[in-house]
Design a binder for this molecule. Sequence first.
Ligand code: DI6
Ligand code: FE
Length: 399
Amino acid sequence: MRCGTVWTDARLLTMAGGDVGRVEDGVVAATDGRIVYAGARRDAPDLSPRDTITCDGRWITPGLIDCHTHLIHGGDRSQEFELRLNGASYEEIARAGGGIVSTMTATRQATEAELVAGALPRLDALIAEGVTTVEVKSGYGLSLEVEGRMLQAAGRLGRDRPIRIRRTFLGAHATPPEFVHDPDAYIALVADEMLPRLAGEGLVDAVDAFCEGVGFSLSQVRRVFDAAAALGLPVKLHAEQLSNLHGAELAASYGALSADHLEHLDAAGIAALARSGTVATLLPGAFYFVREQQRPPVDALRAAGVPMAIATDCNPGTSPLTSLLLTMNMAATLFRLTVDECLLGVTRHAARALGLAAETGALEVGKSCDLAIWAIERPAELVYRMGFNPLHARIWRGQ
Ligand code: DI6
Ligand code: FE
């Protein structure tokens, strides 16, 4: 075989097979941005590479994947943060017209270029830690025009930086003020007009909703999911974050890619996720930032064999977090995930949560050559440290 580039003298976490796929003396080979070999040096075929890069014993993981973000938005909510420090709750602030709606106002006032300029530093912070795929949700425009602007801005991020962006339509994030007396009419607009139009413009990879007392009910979410199904789009759901509305069961019944948050998930919800193969995406940054008391049922999810992803949930209200490394530390410290679970949660399982399991998230033949090369001695260091970045190099699509 004559391949393009080989990375040698590396230790690998391939994320292939059932676990993290540890290889001590490994090589990765790629041609035209695709992995043609990843594994032990002694098992490698004759690769005859054009370029050879020695890793001097460093560790290679798949490029990291942040599978749940609200990276694009106008303004920030540092003022609301101060209010909360003085005793106001997230729900009180939301009911008083703050919260998501205040970010909506700032987002509506921003041009596409301003939204891009605001998001790029956050994206760059993720990229600096070896992230090669990011999901970006809409959901702060809450009108056809501004939801479209957010999704266009998300596309722009993927052209301005070497990174794979997946766009999720989250029109059902909150009821905008002009529909406050008729949320069902807003849901009808989301399902019958906004989604088909935006999907028709090729701006939507998946459809999400916020199923919560301060968000939307099961029947409202169903309305949005039916519209997604009619367009052949996969769904995911913010479920069981602040209360248990049985959103995870609903999501599972639509074969959702993921159900996200899940602090208040019960046994029936876990069983439903296990049956449908839906990924449980845990968001410890939001749990930490709103000082949630109830932890997601990690032991039961593990016992049921539900794949767990973890993500930043980067958003201005409940998780102003732009470090996937710190997110792993939080998942371990706050939720008691193991090191291996954290690493799988930002690679293989995160890819699956985006419907990208065949494309990225593991070092396997045929997948995109997305790599993070780390100056560490042991994989646990990626989870253990707080506020330290040991990234040595980042490769996206072989570059
Ligand atoms: N759940 C969250 O944690 C964020 N959105 C959601 O559906 C909060 C978004 C915000 O407060 O701006
Ligand atoms: Fe979220």
